[in-house]
Design a binder for this molecule. Sequence first.
Ligand code: AQP
Length: 332
Amino acid sequence: RPRVLSGIQPTAGSFHLGNYLGAVRQWVALQESHDAFYMVVDLHAITVPQDPAELRANTRLAVAQLLAAGLDPERCTLFVQSHVPEHAQLGWIMNCLTGFGEASRMTQFKDKSAKQGADRATVGLFTYPVLQVADILLYQADQVPVGEDQRQHIELTRDLAERFNGRYGQTFTVPAPYILKETGKIFDLQDPAVKMSKSASTPKGLVNLLDDPKATAKKVRSAVTDTDTVIRFDPEKKPGVSNLLGIYSTLTGTAVADLEQKYEGQGYGALKTDLAEVMVEFVTPFRTRTQEYLDDPETLDSLLAKGAEKARAVAAETLAQTYDRMGLLPAK
Ligand code: AQP
């Protein structure tokens, strides 16, 4: 079985629709066909300041949401990044392999540090793509299911894997991105030129899965479209409508062409009303299931302990091999 690895930050509390459609939904599908490793990346979360109590709660909340979305700990390895110390250890090795200029070209860092102000951004934020490289290489992942915004980081991972292999001999699998065309980038409902993001300029454009379903329906009904009236998938000319069609199509499993046909001659109002209903039907049971998992923190913690143990077995082997290849003296 080919191996996949991916992670999600426990920062915002609720996952948003972009996280779900861009990444988590694929994780659920891939656990059936792949040897799948999924983690809540708390070490990435602390690249910006976190309140300790909130971080702890949000980490369990992220796990509960992953289970509610359909991850099954019997079918995949589900764990918390900081439970596996090899991430930080291989992260250091990868830092020593990355050029300063190379790291400076990461657009996610540029965007995130610009939002915070350059002086407030931490060195951790600067090197977080390199920690991500370590996350992936530790598990010898063949594919990495993520959203489009992560493509550059997967490229960096490939470059560093090849660099290490070239210098020290074949050690790491060179991974490929697994990014779906239809859902790799979900756009903000109020500004379809930018990706949906937890740091959106207005909360009206951001659909959080754990929000009150009524509020979600309202956001969908007031999504920005265009002055034309034709319901047609054309991301260039009609980004707002195309975003809604893409979301609708994925959530219902209906082809976009069939949706175009269904809404022929109808206004945007009809599309939005129906999509609002589809969304409510999706988020309502998701919220309930998440709460059920949260209500039993002992079970959550014990499944995380098992996940960390499985993950460590793989990570420790890769790290030991890496140290050895580089000439770090083994401890007797
Ligand atoms: N809009 C999106 N469309 C498709 N995929 C997306 N992802 C995020 N936004 C979209 C994917 O979700 C996964 C987890 O991402 P993350 O842990 O980086 O989550 P986040 O930081 O909460 O995501 P945001 O909203 O993008 O935060 P900001 O803007 O603050 O960085 C990843 O696979 C990601 O690609």
